[in-house]
Design a protein around this ligand. Structure first.
Ligand code: DLL
Length: 434
């Protein structure tokens, strides 16, 4: 890869130089973190300080930071700068427990925008592009996070936010949108809106899309790419590490480059905490390397992924993460069997009869767990022969049973009948009472 094609030469830094940069930044981060009430106390108790970092591997001596630690010291226990240096707050929705608050200094916001600009430049966003940002603005990081990165590249940014589907499509035509940022499940739903409006998605001037914020299968990506007629690049991030832009797929689409000058990644066995080898799946643990307001050390993301072995053909040296397979806490148990929603999605998306949405419903029948997969079908299939529907239902249940070891009940429904989300899709409805 020619250096002049990169947004930032750091993207192709040789591994030794990258490691030196990371080690310096790690030492700085530990010193910075020690200023926060949480880490200040923890480091004092354990006798840890920046001098304990001679090489990257010394990070092992630091304990993992859990989401619960953030909750326990809500809102400012991890703040490492005086409050008057904070210029921005982002905040989780708190759907899985107490919310977490994430503060940013002006420098944090600036570096984050730069990292996002790097991501978008990598997939081809340039001055002259029209960038329609369909993620919600506000406390969620998806909207503002991509906004400033796209502006930095000089793109014409449309801050649409989520929802208002017909208007989204109208704007694409009026303003000649060439790139969109969108939650994958919403990109699927918007295809239905195009259909209602009689707009052929492939006729729009779009060149590419980027999206993440929720797990989605390779099958879903393939469908999105075919229906919209453009590449759809995966974007990963989490509020605790600024937000989107932590890792991003290059045009090769074989894993997401984790920006290792900004984040130090480890993949661990969630049970033992030991690091696993490249290629093996485990939980992603991240250490921020440039965050001033709220540095985090060995933060357990709960996200399941692996490091993709070997170098990327694109020439960037930052290691790649495989598509996120879900969160350790997304897993649900049915009749003693552990199941991840993405296992179900993978099977559904491999069946051409399946439409654009599905939901998993868990309830009880007597004392036994019951797993129902409610699936929208394509219109031509849904309104076809009853016999064919019955045999499809059987085949779907069989294939799912092979994948998840439990035979689910299948409900085949008309396209557009499962309520759509504009934000992250809610894939599992658990109605079981303990
Ligand atoms: O979802 C940040 C983001 C915004 C990422 C826009 C990408 C695009 P949170 O709301 O804090 O932040 O949720 C973070 O979402 O730990 C993952 O479980 C999940 N997640 C994010 N990106 C992906 C992805 C934003 N590409 C949590 N694939 C993370 C799978 C993802 N899961």
């Amino acid at each position: 890869m020619a250096l002049e094609d990169l947004y930032d030469p750091t993207e192709a830094l040789n591994p030794e130089a990258l490691e030196r940069l990371q080690t310096d930044r790690l030492r700085w981060t530990v010193a910075q973190a020690a200023r926060s009430p949480h880490y200040g106390k923890l480091f004092a108790e354990r006798g840890l300080d920046p001098e304990s970092i001679r090489e990257l591997d010394d990070l092992r001596h630091f304990p993992l930071t859990e989401k619960q630690d953030l909750r326990d010291s809500y809102p400012f226990g991890f703040l490492a700068v005086p409050k008057d240096e904070v210029v921005r707050l982002h905040h989780s929705s708190g759907t899985t427990g107490t919310a977490t608050a994430v503060c940013h200094t002006a420098g944090d916001v600036e570096r984050w925008a730069d990292l996002v600009a790097r991501c978008l430049h990598m997939v081809g966003l340039r001055r002259g592009d029209v960038f329609q940002n369909m993620m919600s603005y506000g406390l969620f990081t998806g909207g503002l996070g991509l906004h400033y990165g796209a502006e930095k590249l000089g793109a014409f940014v449309i801050p649409m936010g989520a929802g208002n589907s017909r208007r989204q499509i109208e704007f694409m035509g009026i303003f000649g949108t060439t790139a969109m940022h969108i939650i994958p499940s919403y990109a699927m739903a918007l295809l239905g809106t195009c259909e209602e409006m009689g707009v052929e998605p492939r006729s729009l001037p779009l060149r590419f899309a980027v999206g993440g914020a929720e797990p989605y299968s390779e099958g879903t990506r393939t469908r999105l790419q075919e229906a919209w007629g453009i590449p759809f690049h995966n974007c990963y991030g989490l509020s605790e590490m600024c937000g989107p832009g932590v890792a991003f797929e290059c045009p090769v689409q074989q894993g997401l480059h984790l920006w290792e000058d900004a984040y130090l990644g480890e993949v661990i066995d969630p049970e033992t905490g030991d690091r696993v080898v490249d290629g093996e799946e485990g939980e992603l643990v991240l250490t921020s390397l440039t965050r001033e307001a709220m540095p985090l050390i060995r933060y357990r993301t709960r996200d399941l992924t692996s490091f993709t072995p070997g170098p990327c053909p694109c020439g960037r040296t930052h290691r790649r993460l495989s598509r996120i397979q879900g969160r350790t806490d997304d897993m649900f148990i049915v009749r003693g069997v552990n199941i991840f929603p993405l296992q179900i999605e993978r099977v559904l998306m491999s069946m051409p009869q399946v439409g654009r949405n599905y939901v998993i419903v868990l309830d009880r029948e007597g004392y036994a767990d019951r797993l129902t997969v409610r699936v929208e079908l394509n219109a031509d299939v849904f309104f076809g022969e009853l016999e064919q529907l019955q045999s499809l239902r059987e085949r779907m249940a069989d294939r799912l049973r092979r994948e998840i070891m439990v035979r689910p009940r299948i409900e085949l429904v008309e396209p557009g009948t499962i309520p759509r989300q504009e934000g992250k899709a809610v894939r599992v409805i658990d109605e079981r009472k303990d």
